[in-house]
Design a protein around this ligand. Structure first.
Ligand SMILES: NC(=O)C1=CN([C@@H]2O[C@H](COP(=O)(O)OP(=O)(O)OC[C@H]3O[C@@H](n4cnc5c(N)ncnc54)[C@H](OP(=O)(O)O)[C@@H]3O)[C@@H](O)[C@H]2O)C=CC1
Ligand SMILES: O=C(CO)COP(=O)(O)O
Length: 335
């Protein structure tokens, strides 16, 4: 049984997932980039900058020293933003205890390399991608930290490793399922952030449920097109890491991506929306570019993702791209 677990990253989801593990009875040590965050978690059992009002369990401690955090870990959870994972993990590589199960929380596709997070982890550590566990699903950090009921997917080609993390994270409020479709879970987790940007944009423009439902459904179609082209099981997109996460993120004001899109839809600039995010990551802003490129390389049509790239990085007007999406070539729903 996996008992001693290290979580590298002390933001919203890293902290909430560490709390799940501690509530499940594991001994959890977090690494925080800033010493004062580690001190607060260790001394006051809170992480007020990310999860105000949440009390963290006694079984959870923190340090600013990665070597101390990783000492004796049987599983290592990577909880930093996607575009920073490579640099962070390169610094931690030599400290990882041999044989520790590597777990990824990040939802994104790396700019430049167009790699999924498990591919980046495998490249840096030399651990087979088949042994890396990916966590995905409708898991807005604040709700999980409040112990509101939710389910998740733990995807790993090596089923035994997924089961080990399932046992380590199963609580009365958090129900993890296993899955072997790592590609599908990672594509779903990354792509839904981009669709959440578009839903937020629609809300910011004053549009209603028909528009957001259209974006969610057509967003699901384009993420499934990309995923299946990359070898994913189409069924994954009907599951927690597909439609489950997509609906939660596109519908909730707690989502950083949806909130970011809402600000753009209200007419704020990218810089204003970034400043309002207060340093917290809205992964879709960068992933819209990498996913768009991945789709282009594989000949997959992803019009909403393309539209989000144009708004975020080419200065396109959300209303104009909305009109262009509606005016595309007429076609069959499934063609
Ligand atoms: N929040 C959520 O509800 C969910 C998030 N996720 C995914 O989990 C991953 C982590 O997200 P989350 O914890 O929410 O992110 P946050 O933005 O809340 O926190 C990021 C954490 O990473 C640290 N960090 C380390 N290096 C860097 C760096 N170079 N740049 C920025 N931050 C750095 C931050 O430190 P510091 O505090 O010093 O900035 C902070 O502890 C993302 O891929 C996200 O999509 C998945 C499911 C749910
Ligand atoms: O991944 C998430 C929920 O599952 C969190 O979404 P945001 O990063 O948009 O807050």
């Amino acid at each position: 049984m996996v008992q001693r677990i290290t979580v590298l990253g002390a933001g919203s989801w890293g902290t909430a997932f560490a709390k799940v593990l501690a509530d499940a009875g594991r001994d959890v040590t977090m690494w925080a980039r800033r010493a004062e965050v580690a001190d607060e978690i260790r001394g006051r059992h809170t992480n007020g900058g990310y999860l105000p009002g949440i009390e963290l369990p006694d079984g959870l401690t923190a340090t600013h020293d990665p070597a101390e955090a990783l000492s004796g870990a049987e599983a290592v959870v990577l909880a930093v933003p996607s575009q920073t994972l490579r640099a962070n993990l390169s610094g931690w590589r030599d400290l990882l205890p041999p044989g520790a199960i590597l777990v990824s929380l990040a939802k994104g596709v790396e700019l430049g390399t167009l790699k999924r997070m498990s591919e980046v982890i495998s490249e840096i550590t030399g651990v087979s991608g088949d042994e890396i566990v990916v966590v995905s699903g409708p898991n807005l950090a604040r709700e999980i930290a409040q112990a509101q009921p939710a389910a998740a997917v733990l995807a790993c080609v090596d089923h035994d490793r997924a089961v080990a993390i399932q046992q380590a994270s199963f609580t009365a409020y958090f129900r993890p399922y296993t899955n072997t479709d790592v590609v599908g879970c990672e594509v779903g987790g990354a792509a839904k952030n981009v669709i959440a940007l578009s839903c937020g944009m629609a809300v910011g423009m004053g549009l209603g449920a028909n528009t957001t439902a259209t974006l969610i459904t057509r967003g699901l179609a384009e993420m499934a097109r990309l995923g299946t082209k990359l070898g994913a099981d189409p069924l994954t997109f009907a599951g927690l890491a597909g439609v489950g996460d997509l609906v939660a993120t596109c519908s909730s004001p707690l989502s950083r991506n949806r909130t970011f899109g809402e600000r753009l839809g209200r007419g704020e600039t990218l810089e204003q929306a970034q400043a309002a995010a207060g340093g917290q990551v809205a992964e879709g802003v960068k992933s819209c570019t990498s996913i768009r490129e991945l789709a282009r390389v594989h000949g997959v049509d992803m019009p909403i993702t393309d539209a989000m790239h144009r708004v975020c990085h080419e200065g396109a007007d959300p209303r104009q791209v909305g009109a262009e999406l509606l005016g595309r070539r007429q076609k069959h729903e499934w063609s």
